[in-house]
Design a binder for this molecule. Structure first.
Ligand SMILES: Nc1ncnc2c1ncn2[C@@H]1O[C@H](COP(=O)(O)OP(=O)(O)OP(=O)(O)O)[C@@H](O)[C@H]1O
Ligand SMILES: [Mg+2]
Length: 295
């Protein structure tokens, strides 16, 4: 069911500040691990290194089982300085969506690579037909549709139908051309979650998936995280969601030499006591060190 392992990760910000000096942890097969920590601690940066959006300056990231990613700002890389408009290259990469992107574009952007490639080829062939309806263009269009069938595109559209029905209350046929900007924040999040949970990727990275969700939506998400066979690494600031869904807590703690990441092997209910104990142990060690080191 896929796993994630990060080992001795180092990451420096453009201004030279050390964000991570030596971060290591593992998310085992089928586990649900929540990344918690203050604003700016480095949670999103860590997730983006696992997703491959950012290259660490040291250490390694290992992922097995195919990766599905929900970014903090749906439809974007979350890249500093990037806007929802995105560039053509980012749109090509499947991360950044254009400002007039549709529901279909969003679903394509979170689909596995073979579906992304097939869907983009169909879109390009359709566009070419509008510009020039000659035999060569028609043949290219027929080929794109045949390739779409070969990669399982039509079966994938039946999954998208279930997703739009659940998230937007309408079949894919009607929902696919709706502008993303006509969807509420919660509807966008729900749609991506439906697609990732029903897709083939065994590991899901979810950056604040509960943001914008209403109370029933949050309860639904807790249940999905608890019951899915997938491996889930997610970020949340919602104590109730964390208490009801996380098996383990990975805590990102800012410090003078970069953020430290440590894993509490239990749920959120016992996390705070474990954290206090950890700090008390550190203080004790520091006191002993100071006593035994002559000044
Ligand atoms: N390109 C950049 N240039 C300078 N600083 C950056 C850049 N990208 C990120 N940072 C800084 O890195 C730190 C970590 O950011 P990150 O987005 O990972 O935090 P986070 O833990 O996800 O916070 P939040 O809970 O607010 O989402 C922040 O202090 C942020 O300002
Ligand atoms: Mg973040």
């Amino acid at each position: 069911m896929g796993h994630v392992e990060i080992s001795h990760l180092e990451y420096y910000l453009p201004d030279g500040r050390v964000l991570f000096d030596d971060a290591s942890f593992r998310v085992g097969e089928g586990a649900s691990v929540a990344l918690v920590g203050a604003n700016g601690a480095g949670k999103t940066t860590l997730l983006r290194m696992v997703a491959g959006d950012l290259q660490p300056h040291g250490g390694t990231v290992t992922v097995s089982g195919g990766l599905g990613v929900m970014r903090q700002f749906v439809g974007t890389t979350g890249r500093a300085g990037s806007t929802a408009g995105g560039s053509e290259q980012e749109a090509e990469d499947g991360h950044e969506l254009a400002h007039d992107a549709s529901v279909r574009d969003l679903l394509v952007s979170v689909a596995p690579p073979r579906i992304r490639t097939g869907a983009r080829a169909v879109d390009a062939a359709e566009l070419a037909m509008v510009a020039q309806d000659d035999e060569k263009t028609q043949l290219a269009y027929a080929q794109a549709l045949s390739d779409w069938a070969d990669v399982g595109g039509y079966e994938y559209e039946t999954i998208w139908d279930v997703c739009t029905t659940a998230a937007l209350g309408m079949p894919y046929d009607r929902a696919q051309w709706r502008g993303l900007n006509t969807l509420s924040g919660g509807e966008q999040k729900r749609l991506v979650l439906e697609a990732l949970l029903r897709g083939p990727d065994e590991v899901l990275l979810l950056d604040e998936p509960d943001n914008y969700l209403d109370v029933p939506g949050k309860r639904w998400l807790e249940e999905q995280i608890r019951s899915t066979a997938k491996t889930v690494l997610y970020i949340s600031h919602d104590r109730e969601l964390l208490a009801n869904s996380a098996e383990k807590i990975a805590s990102v703690e800012p410090g003078a030499t970069g953020s430290e990441v440590w894993v509490h092997g239990g749920g959120f209910a016992s996390f705070h006591a474990a954290r206090e104990e950890r700090f008390a142990r550190y203080d004790e060690l520091r006191r002993r060190w100071t006593r035994s080191t002559p000044s």
